[in-house]
Design a protein around this ligand. Structure first.
Ligand code: TNX
Length: 641
């Protein structure tokens, strides 16, 4: 199913690319993007009221020195839809150029790390920052100010206008994360990369990868020279990657089919990390323990006190497995595993899990954590763990990922000793939860009835006795017990990840649900054009974007007139006014298949054959009516003799 969905998007994109070749630009977006629509909301943004900036075939991306990689990224984003050359140059900026200006003092004061400014007017679009990361974040803002069709992977007619505006922006929190659980059901390297590419639109800068669990072990570990207990580390993926979360413990099947199996070679993992880095995203790898370790216990018999391998378990059950806290083999194992992961991970963090170790025993649990912390420190990394590990005394700077508010007292005690907190409260950040009881996929233990973007927006990370500086940031975890592949992951992610992204980025005082809901309305169209799946919440008045290339014809006007987006389940209708005093209903057909996990997004409009009375130039109008409104666009039909 997901293959055909993608194929359809690409097929439509290809159709879009056969417009009247030299025709003047014509499509009209029904919503002209502006700074008041940005997601997440910037610190400061003002439309200046001047003439807009326009990207043309002469536009260059001026990016000197360290700005160059971001310039290349931006040009690559813009080239497919615009069809322009967009050379990246270190020359002098000229009229009509996009300028990436990197240098000291260029970011909003005190926000050199990730802050940026964006100024657009009829002369240029300039993003300035003190770091390439800041430029990259500014690029995401500029991207949202362009018409949604800029997300098309094939050429669409412009004009590519950007509202004249000034933006001054920086994040509230430094750690703005999303977590992918690739253990319960696997995602390919290409899927993870795509997931990153879409999350960064919303200024997410951290990817927490949950690589191992009871159901499976998904990262290759090689057998080291120094292997006193003779562990067969290759078995971790050879055996341990064969599992997945297929069903509940009582046998009820989970998801739309069996979980997806697979694992990453160390090269694969390095590729993900490098890709993330190119998007200024830090990867936080998690190897969970001492609980959530059944796959390791199944792959390596010697990790078990009786030396007998556990059977793999393809249910979603957890909480029954544990590493042996009193065996040296356990720490030989963790040293090998963490050191190989650390060597492949440039980011400062190693996530050691530590959650739900229900059969470990409290003393053993403390023993395990106390043995692990020095191993992590020896690798030069900062430990991250789920809130349970705050039971142990943590080194200053250690990161506690809070998923249950229950144990805040212990968390606060560690915070007083210098630990930091990443907030992932399950009821308002867990992306794996159903949106509503009838959602076809998702769990529902953490969020029960109303779990849409609004619930995920209406919470505050600085709470329960925490202060602003105690909180490093926010992560929205996507557990994958019920997820089978990327489109389903995207369906649970969007729009809820955007809520988390705004909580992590925007000033607390700027947060307003009504305003956020209005800003989300244009997102569906943009995601549709980008080929990203999402759940079209009934609470949002999704907007439509139309493209209708100008036409030249000798005979009757026939066939395809254009495309539009309408993330709705009720089929839209369309009317054509031909510009010669006549009009007719047009045929609307879905260009992307619909289903409970894929809203129809892109629609194709076809005209009945229409014969114009005389040669000449006609101003035609297409009006589409969707469940959430009416949108109109004009195009020119030139009828030749
Ligand atoms: C709890 S959150 C878990 C995960 C599950 C998730 C499902 C946490 C630290 N543990 O093992 O996948 O619930 O929602």
């Amino acid at each position: 199913m997901r293959k055909s969905w993608r194929t359809a998007v690409i097929a439509v994109a290809v159709l879009l690319s056969i417009p009247a070749a030299a025709a003047p630009a014509s499509p009209v977006a029904t919503v002209v993007p502006g700074v008041e629509r940005l997601l997440p909301k910037p610190v400061e943004a003002k439309a200046s009221g001047r003439a807009p900036f326009t990207i043309t075939e002469d536009t260059r991306v001026v990016a000197r020195g360290g700005a160059r990689p971001v310039g290349d990224y931006l040009a690559a984003l813009l080239r497919p839809a615009t069809g322009y050359r967009l050379p990246v140059t270190s020359g002098h900026p000229g009229r009509g150029d996009i300028v990436l200006d990197l240098g000291r003092g260029k970011a909003p004061e005190g926000h050199g790390g990730e802050g940026y400014r964006l100024v657009t007017d009829e002369r240029s679009a300039t993003i300035s920052a003190e770091t390439p990361a800041g430029l990259f974040l500014g690029v995401q803002t500029l991207r949202q100010l362009l018409p949604a069709w800029v997300e098309s992977r094939v050429r669409v007619d412009g004009p590519w206008r950007v509202q004249a505006a000034t933006v001054s922006d920086y994040p509230r929190f430094a750690y703005r994360g999303v977590m992918l659980d690739v253990a319960r059901s696997y995602l390919s390297v290409a899927e993870v990369k795509r997931y990153i590419d879409n999350a960064v639109r919303f200024k997410i800068n951290t990817l927490h990868l949950h690589l191992t669990d009871d159901q499976a072990w998904r990262i290759a570990i090689s057998t080291p020279q120094d292997n006193p207990s003779g562990l067969d580390y290759e078995a971790l993926t050879r055996v341990g990657s064969q599992g997945g979360s297929d069903r509940l413990g009582n046998g009820t099947p989970l998801g739309t089919g069996p979980a997806i199996r697979g694992s990453y070679t160390q090269r694969d993992y390095a590729e993900i990390v490098a890709h993330a880095k190119s998007r200024f995203v830090t990867v936080v790898p998690e190897i969970d323990g001492p609980g959530h370790t059944n796959a390791a216990l199944a792959a390596l018999p010697r990790l078990n006190p009786d030396g007998v391998a556990k059977p793999m378990n393809n249910t979603a059950d957890v909480g029954y497995s544990t590493l042996d806290a009193n065996s040296e083999i356990t720490y030989e194992f963790t040293r090998t595993v963490y050191s190989q992961i650390a060597a492949l991970t440039p980011g400062p963090y190693l996530h050691i899990g530590g959650d739900e170790a229900h059969v470990t025993g409290h003393e053993n649990y403390l023993t395990y954590i106390r043995r692990l912390l020095p191993q992590v420190a020896a690798l030069g990394k900062t430990p991250v763990g789920w809130n349970e590990y705050a039971d142990a005394d943590l080194p200053p700077g250690a990161v506690i990922q809070v998923w249950r508010a229950a144990s805040m007292e212990k968390v606060l005690r560690q915070v007083a000793r210098g630990a930091k907190v990443v907030m992932s409260p399950a009821p308002t950040t867990y992306l794996d939860q159903k949106y509503e009881p009838s959602s076809p996929i998702g769990l529902s233990w953490a969020c029960r009835n109303a779990c849409d973007f609004d619930t995920y927006y209406n919470w505050e990370p600085v709470r329960d006795g925490l202060t602003e500086s105690d909180v490093l940031g926010v992560t929205a975890p996507l557990w994958s017990e019920t997820i089978r592949g990327l489109p389903q992951a995207e369906w649970l992610t969007y729009p809820r990840l955007v809520s988390a992204a705004e909580i992590a980025w925007s000033p607390r005082s700027a947060r307003d649900l009504t305003d956020f809901t209005a800003r989300l309305a244009t997102l569906g169209s943009r995601l549709t054009i980008a080929g990203v799946n999402f759940r079209p919440s009934p609470a949002i008045a999704w907007t439509t974007d139309i493209t209708t290339p100008d036409r030249h014809t000798r005979g009757p006007l026939r066939g395809e007139i254009g495309h539009f987006t309408a993330p709705a389940t009720t089929p839209p209708t369309a009317t054509l006014t031909y510009g010669d005093g006549t009009s007719s209903p047009a045929t609307v057909s879905p260009a992307t298949p619909a289903g409970p996990l894929a809203a129809p997004g892109l629609w194709t409009v076809t005209t009945p054959d229409h014969r114009y009375p005389h040669p000449g130039s006609y101003r035609a109008t297409l009006t589409v009516t969707t469940p959430t409104g009416t949108a109109t666009t004009h195009f020119t039909v030139t009828v030749r003799r």
